[in-house]
Ligand binder design. Structure first.
Ligand code: HEC
Ligand code: HEC
Length: 228
């Protein structure tokens, strides 16, 4: 037996039986190839264009923990055309057609691993000023008014679906957003998407405060009314 092989065997023996990995180890070994868990120094358009998954470095100010735990065990598609949208749509005169052959299923975790990872992700607070704490006032909004603003007046449906199978495919589905996301994150995203994700193609519409409250409330109530 040669020396190098003996050294390798020795190291393997010393490592012993695999211990249950903690959330931080799982993130490092299985997730960072596609997701940034630290604020990237490079915030260029090219990075946005080339990244393989959404940024997670502000996950603790974005997601609801219960949703994270559930989704990591059974990941279902959030962005109808994946990340990045342009890689997965076939050109068509009428509307975007998702090329399913280019979509790959998301890595799935066991219950214990999902819980460990969710706990770790919830520690990743957004940098100061990115998400406005307490911005959403929690008032109930009229669903018909909300729908009118979402679909017609503010043009959100061009990129988002408020109901499975409807609306645009270039942004995340929003009928599950209330379950997935914290209300202040939804508010802050609608107010200024580029503050959260530089260069993202959702427009900053400079909406007035009542519009921001109405759209946030509408999106939250959508999830609730879906009965999820
Ligand atoms: C091969 C690349 C890849 C790997 C590896 C990967 N992901 Fe993802 N992840 C993605 C993509 C692409 C999406 C977007 C899915 C969608 O929108 O349907 C995503 C979405 C997510 C989301 C939802 C993010 C959001 O903003 O909606 C979370 C949370 C997540 N991944 C966590 C993880 C964790 C934790 C791991 C490691 C255990 C992991 N991912 C490994 C590519 C990856
Ligand atoms: C030109 C397309 C476009 C329009 C118009 C648009 N969005 Fe978006 N939106 C996006 C994209 C792209 C993202 C984020 C992509 C990502 O995280 O992968 C996004 C993200 C969001 C998010 C965060 C969702 C999540 O799952 O992380 C919310 C909330 C949102 N948009 C609400 C709205 C509302 C409300 C309007 C109308 C005022 C609107 N958007 C108009 C493209 C659009």
């Amino acid at each position: 037996m040669n020396l190098r092989l003996m050294a390798a065997l020795g190291a393997a023996l010393m490592a012993g039986p695999a211990l249950a990995a903690g959330g931080a180890e799982i993130l490092k070994s299985q997730c960072v190839s596609c997701h940034a868990v630290e604020k990237p120094a490079n915030t260029s358009f090219e990075r946005l264009w080339e990244r393989k998954g959404p940024d997670l470095y502000y996950a603790g100010s974005k997601f609801n923990k219960a949703w994270l735990e559930k989704w990591l065990q059974n990941p279902e598609r959030i962005r109808p055309a994946g990340e990045l949208y342009s890689r997965h749509v076939k050109g068509s005169d009428k509307e975007d057609v998702v090329d399913e052959s280019t979509m790959t299923p998301h890595v799935k975790l066991s219950k214990a691993d999902a819980e460990a990872v969710a706990a770790e992700l919830m520690k990743l607070a957004a940098p100061e000023g990115m998400v406005e704490k307490g911005a959403f006032k929690g008032e109930k909004v009229s669903m018909s008014m909300g729908a009118m603003f979402f679909n017609k007046l503010r043009g959100c449906a061009a990129c988002h679906s408020a109901k499975a199978g409807t609306g645009g495919a270039s942004g995340p589905e929003l009928y599950t957003a209330g379950e997935r996301l914290q209300s202040d994150y939804i508010y802050s995203y609608i107010k200024n998407p580029q503050k959260i994700d530089p260069h993202v193609w959702m427009p900053t519409l400079n909406l007035a405060e009542p519009d921001l409250q109405r759209l946030t409330g509408y999106i939250l109530q959508l999830s609730a009314s879906e009965g999820k």
